[in-house]
Design a protein around this ligand. Structure first.
Ligand SMILES: [Zn+2]
Ligand SMILES: [Zn+2]
Length: 105
């Protein structure tokens, strides 16, 4: 049983994925009140406009964990997010079409 980050005497009820770096994910363990606090802090963090990690535009950001970059989390704007999603869709379609060619042989 893992204990709360802030209360060594209280068992944790929630596990949150914290900072992700190239060494893997760090997990945070919270008891119920600490989790409530943590989620409202996260909510507040993303409720304010910040500079996008990718394009530096000033906007409401959301966390994006990039599978091509070891799953490292960055805070990016909606525009960058949809660009990334489009990119992945194109890539997927490309590999699918190549697969089809391959199987047709
Ligand atoms: Zn706690
Ligand atoms: Zn951006």
């Amino acid at each position: 049983m893992d204990m709360c980050e802030h209360h060594p005497d209280r068992p944790s009820v929630v596990t949150v994925t914290g900072e992700t770096d190239s060494f893997g994910s760090e997990y945070l363990y919270f008891c119920e009140p600490c989790f409530q606090k943590h989620s409202s802090a996260v909510e507040k963090y993303y409720a304010i406009k910040r500079h996008c990690d990718r394009c530096s535009s000033f906007a409401i950001l959301s966390c994006f964990s990039d599978p091509e970059d070891h799953g490292i989390c960055s805070d990016i704007c909606d525009r960058c997010r949809s660009k990334i999603n489009e990119g992945y869709a194109e890539e997927l379609a490309y590999y699918r079409s190549r697969d089809n060619e391959y199987y047709d042989l």
